[in-house]
Structure formats: structure tokens, C-alpha cells
Design a binder for this molecule. Structure first.
Ligand code: PLP
Length: 437
């Protein structure tokens, strides 16, 4: 029955279905371990011959219910929750890549992922080539090598708010016999389901819209079950040959379409252990229940705010894919027909200081290293999240030094616009006095 439910219904109903006399709200099973009556039963669990709970690092009923809801929302075959979005992207890659392997990624991605791929994976012997996502298929193809094992992009980029041509990326990935991994954090499955466009694996920072209230840091990896690992067996020995660390079982043989997601729990989570606490998963689930409702409000507010900014004389440029004359509007109409997200990127006429005067003048809108929650907030990546990057690296990551990231919340849109408006007016009066604040 749940398979045919619409997304707003899945937000509320998927994952946990109480039985007779059970609580309607998802119980928080805050326990590290689970008790069994005899050792034989326990042994079966360890051999993966029987399903059941034994240790929360591997499985926990609260975490699993929330993972199942996210898998249902994305239309995937299974999902794994992680303790952060960073862990989700790391796990999505490390589950199929090892030392000596190579990854191709869009250069317009979240700063943390850019560092993870460009710096930390490199130390582990995994190389990443960054490509401009607007390049042609032929140009993207030139980045591929015989040892390339995956292609990576973000549905809507953070912080540039650019839209990924998912079908183009999927074609290039599949032509090379590798999966497409898409970080769907900003769009959420309410606005885009990358599996419907050919993506094979989806990742999330659930810290953002899925939680929506800025309460917990979390992540998720969702498996479509569609990638044919066996047809590309030599590229993915971790899935297609016996795992000596797990009784010599071969994931594709034993788990078929669920090979990737099962390996991630049985091997990667077992060894690296970035699980969310059940309490955090409970909080995430509260957020998920209103995700469809909130995304609607975020998008309708953001469109009005983007139109306001576009018309303001202080504003040099605005990127918001739902704007008719945005360069990504065609892609947004195709992939994000119900709206994109609540995040807007824009630049002010002036210098770095102008951006700072504007942001420091805001009264309701917070300056916060966050995005995609109920409260409106702003950030200037060049002076905040990306300050460790040089100008050259900033440009490489597709970030203009004057870019202001505005995350439009679910407040009354007239209050958001009033606050922006008075902030923009302060730029005019910004003599040396104001500049000192
Ligand atoms: C925030 C974010 C991440 C990292 O997630 P955390 O939960 O902060 O670890 C990854 N990708 C995108 C697109 C993000 O916005």
C-alpha cells in the first residue's frame, strides 16, 4: 500500500507503521544492544542468515525506520543513515573506491565535499578530477581514466544554486560502466528524485531541509538498486568477489540488488562506525513529517525574495533557478518542476565590505553557518565557510568572491523582504562610521 502513496503521505506514513496497541510516534530505542535467548540465534545474525538487531552500530529500529522513510521518498531499494552529510558522501565513495582508484566530480559542490574529495581522499590514495558541470559530455569524458569508479554531482549546488543536468551525467557515467552519485540535499526528494533521471546512488545531508529545524547533524546514503555491479565486476571487486572480512560472502551473489547498501552496513559502518544516535534519528523523523509542507513554503517565499532582489538597484546579480531568466531555468523546469529550494545566491554592487555592511544590518535574518532550515539566514562563503580556500580555489569551486548565500526560511515573506530592504538601504548610508561595525 505504501508504495503508491504520494510524497507528502510518505513523509508522514513511511518507515514506521505501529501495530495494534503500539505508540503512533516512532519510539526512540536508545539502546546499544539487544538480548537473545540462545547463542545459536545470535550466531545466525552475525552470519547475516537471519535479520535482527544485535548492536546499534549496525542496526537500530529507530534508525532503520527513518532510513526506510528516506528510501521510500527517494524511490530507492534501501538507505543507510550516517552521523553527518560528510560521512554520507565519504561512505558513498569509500564503499566502492579504494587506494589506486579515481573519481570524477563536479567542481560546483559543497566546500566540505570538495575538501573531502580533493584533499582527504587523496591522502588515502584516491584521486579526484574536478570538472565543470556545464561541460559537454565529450569534455566530461576526457576526465575519465581506466581506474575511474564513480561520477559525482549535486542536484542543486551549495552555495552556487546551480542545477545539475542529471541525465547528461548519468549517460557519461554509464557509458564508462560506473555509477552516478548525486547529493540531493538542497532539492530533497520532494522536489527531485534523481533515480528517475538515471542516478544510481543518492546522498543527503539530513542536517538541512530534511531536519528543517537545525536540530541534528545527520546524513543518508540511498541505493536505487539499479546499478549492475556484476556487468562491471572487474571495476568493483569489493562487491563482486568474496569479502574475507565477512565470512567470504560475495555481496552481489548474496544480496542481489541490495549489494551496495548491505556492504555499506556490514563492512563500512562496521569498521568506520559513523552512526547517528537513535535520539537524533527521532528528531530527524519529526522534521521529515513536515518536509513536503515546508518545501512548498520555502520555494514560494524564495521565489518572491529572488524577484525582489532582482529588481533592487543594489543587487548586481541573482541566481535562483525558478527565476524565468536564470541561466538554469530550463534545467529547473525539467528536473525541479515543483520548485527548487529556498536558497538564493546573489551578489551586491560594491566590494567585500558592501556584503558585510548589508549582512551586519539585518535584524531578523541571522548570520549563520547554516542553510535550509525554518529560519532565514545569510552567509558570505568567501569570508565564512570557504575562507580556507584561495581566490583561485574559490573560482575553481565556482564561487564568486561577492556571492552571498541567502537561505530563505518559512517566516512570512513580507517580513523577510522588509528586513532585506532595510539592510540594502544601509549600504547607501554607509560612511566610514558604519563601515567600522
Ligand atoms: C551541508 C552539506 C553537506 C555536509 O553535510 P553535514 O551534515 O554538514 O556533514 C554535504 N552536501 C551538501 C550539499 C550540504 O549542503
Amino acid at each position: 500500500m505504501l508504495k503508491n502513496l504520494k510524497r507528502a503521505s510518505l513523509c508522514v506514513q513511511a518507515g514506521y507503521r505501529p501495530k495494534n496497541g503500539e505508540p503512533v510516534e516512532l519510539p526512540i530505542i536508545q539502546s546499544t544492544t539487544f538480548k537473545y535467548d540462545n547463542s545459536e540465534e545470535m550466531a545466525m545474525l552475525f552470519d547475516l542468515k537471519k535479520e535482527g538487531y544485535f548492536y546499534t552500530r549496525l542496526q537500530n529500529p529507530t534508525n532503520d525506520a527513518v532510513a526506510e522513510k528516506i528510501a521510500a521518498l527517494e524511490g530507492g531499494i534501501g538507505a543507510v543513515l550516517t552521523s553527518s552529510g560528510q560521512a554520507a558522501n565519504f561512505y558513498a565513495v569509500i564503499n566502492i573506491l579504494g587506494a589506486g582508484d579515481h573519481l570524477v566530480a563536479s567542481n560546483e559542490i559543497y566546500g566540505g565535499t570538495f575538501n573531502l574529495f580533493g584533499v582527504t581522499l587523496k591522502k588515502m590514495g584516491i584521486e579526484c578530477s574536478f570538472i565543470d558541470p556545464k561541460s559537454s559530455e565529450e569534455e566530461i569524458q576526457t576526465a575519465f581514466r581506466p581506474n575511474t569508479k564513480a561520477l559525482f554531482g549535486e542536484t542543486i549546488t551549495n552555495p552556487g544554486v546551480r542545477v545539475l543536468d542529471i541525465e547528461k551525467f548519468a549517460r557519461v557515467a554509464h557509458r564508462n560502466g560506473v555509477p552516478l552519485i548525486v547529493d540531493n540535499t538542497f532539492a530533497t526528494p520532494i522536489n527531485c528524485r534523481p533515480f528517475e533521471w538515471g542516478a544510481d546512488i543518492v546522498t543527503h545531508s539530513t542536517t538541512k531541509y530534511m531536519d528543517g529545524m537545525a536540530c541534528q547533524v545527520g546524513g543518508a546514503v540511498v541505493d536505487s538498486g539499479n546499478f549492475d555491479w556484476d556487468s562491471n565486476a572487474s571495476k568493483f571487486p569489493g562487491l563482486t568477489t568474496p569479502d574475507a572480512s565477512y565470512h567470504g560472502l560475495t555481496y552481489t551473489k548474496s544480496f542481489g540488488k541490495k549489494a551496495y547498501v548491505t556492504k555499506m552496513v556490514a563492512q563500512i559502518m562496521r569498521d568506520l562506525g559513523s552512526i547517528p544516535g537513535p535520539m537524533n534519528s527521532f528528531i530527524l523523523n519529526l522534521g521529515l513529517q513536515t518536509l513536503a509542507l515546508r518545501m512548498k513554503q520555502h520555494c514560494s517565499n524564495a521565489l518572491k525574495v529572488a524577484q525582489f532582489l532582482e529588481a533592487d538597484p543594489h543587487v548586481a546579480w541573482v541566481h535562483y533557478p525558478d527565476l524565468k531568466n536564470d541561466p538554469d531555468h530550463d534545467l529547473a523546469e525539467k528536473y525541479l518542476p515543483d520548485g527548487s529550494c529556498g536558497v538564493i545566491a546573489f551578489g551586491l554592487k560594491g566590494d567585500r565590505e558592501t556584503a558585510i555592511i548589508f549582512m551586519d544590518s539585518l535584524q531578523m535574518i541571522n548570520i549563520a553557518t547554516h542553510v535550509a532550515d525554518a529560519r532565514s539566514c545569510v552567509l558570505h562563503p568567501a569570508s565564512h565557510t570557504h575562507r580556507q580556500l584561495s581566490d583561485e580555489q574559490l573560482r575553481e569551486a565556482g564561487i564568486a568572491p561577492d556571492l552571498i548565500r541567502l537561505s530563505v526560511g518559512i517566516e512570512d515573506v513580507s517580513d523577510i523582504i522588509s528586513d532585506l530592504s532595510q539592510g540594502l538601504e544601509k549600504i547607501d548610508g554607509s560612511g566610514p562610521e558604519l563601515r567600522r561595525i
